[in-house]
Design a protein around this ligand. Structure first.
Ligand code: NAD
Length: 315
């Protein structure tokens, strides 16, 4: 049968390392601080906010939660971001999505101090990532490659040798998941194919996913990919989180974008939902917060505009 890539275990290992980095910084007198900005009451955003807030506490980081009402104006949100930019106790800022219609996402993202923009949504940070010189690697695509790279290593393969011989197919190309995942595929010298809803509507999704040695699915469509979409031996990362009606117990449960059973019948390895990408995403956000705090230790070493660094995901 297929190997299950266990996100909880891998997240636990990563968490231990982030915790010890946070302790080292504390010994140098720096306590990393995470701030979240939530506008309105979106359920998934609130759940995520709570999770990263409590994880910050577990890792010894400061945590600031900023909440604005659903009818907040853009100026109110920009003012909150400005306040957090100026607060030396805040190392990293996460603006939760979705923002309400009257608040422009690009305007809010541009307002972020790039050095505190731990999700790399500011155009400068998104650009550095696309250039292969990422300052911060956004947490969900980072989690995908963290799981892939660790899985390859744990099964005796060297990622550096594996990707250049592989075709990576990414389904979905949102700014927060699919597009940065493509950049991370480029950074590993994979051959990369990007599909989105247009590919699907043209009736051509399957012909592309069938070429994948590695498949990342981030569409937000339950059961989008079944066994007929993949070839034997593929490695699959399922990013989707979809609430669906739970036929057995009533209520809702969360599923990914895969028809898990039929894909598992052909794949070498795949991630479950829940328990795959999600747990690593959470820890990665705090990892970026700690690295933002470390940067603040050496002001002047880095300008707010450009700082080349490796875009690979090391262990
Ligand atoms: P999004 O809605 O912004 O983007 C979806 C992308 O998928 C678009 O590019 C769209 O064209 C494409 N798409 C939609 N239907 C498709 C189809 N039928 N065939 C091919 N492509 C299709 O979503 P997002 O923010 O990128 O998130 C995607 C999914 O991942 C959602 O289910 C979301 O809940 C989940 N997610 C999970 C995590 C995590 O940590 N695990 C983090 C972020 C998002």
């Amino acid at each position: 049968g297929a190997h299950l890539i266990d996100g909880r275990t891998l997240a636990g290992e990563l968490k231990d390392r982030v915790a010890s980095e946070a302790r080292e910084l504390a010994a140098e007198g720096v306590r990393p601080g995470l701030a979240t900005v939530l506008v309105g009451e979106d359920y998934a955003a609130r759940v995520y906010e709570r999770r990263v807030g409590s994880l910050a506490g577990e890792l010894g980081c400061r945590y600031v939660s900023e909440r604005l009402p659903r009818d907040a104006g853009e100026a109110d949100v920009l003012a909150v971001v400005g306040k957090l930019n100026a607060d030396p106790r805040v190392s990293g800022i996460l603006v939760l999505r979705p923002l309400p219609q009257q608040v422009s996402e690009p305007a809010v993202f541009r307002m972020l101090n790039p050095l505190k923009d731990i999700e790399a949504v500011h155009p400068v940070n998104a650009g550095l990532l696309a250039l292969g010189r990422a300052r911060y690697v956004p947490s969900t695509p980072a989690a995908c490659f963290y799981l892939l790279d660790r899985y390859l290593e744990n099964s005796g393969r060297e990622p550096r040798a594996f990707y250049p011989r592989s075709t990576l197919v990414v389904v979905g190309r949102s700014n927060n998941v699919g597009k940065p995942a493509i950049s991370l595929g480029f950074a590993r010298n994979a051959t990369v194919i990007s599909c989105d809803v247009n590919t699907y509507r043209a009736g051509r999704l399957r012909e592309h996913t069938l070429r994948a040695d590695v498949l990342i699915v981030a569409a937000g469509v339950p059961n989008l990919i079944d066994g007929s979409y993949v070839r034997e031996g593929v490695i699959v990362i399922d990013v989707g989180i979809n609430p669906v009606e739970d036929r057995s117990g009533g209520g809702t449960k969360l599923v990914g974008d895969l028809d898990f059973r039929s894909v598992a019948g052909k794949a070498e390895a795949l991630t479950p939902v829940p328990g795959g990408v999600g747990p690593v995403t959470d820890v990665w956000l705090l990892r970026n917060t700690v690295s933002a705090a470390r940067r603040s230790l050496a002001p002047g070493r880095e300008s707010a505009v450009g700082c080349p660094s490796a875009s690979g995901i090391s262990g």
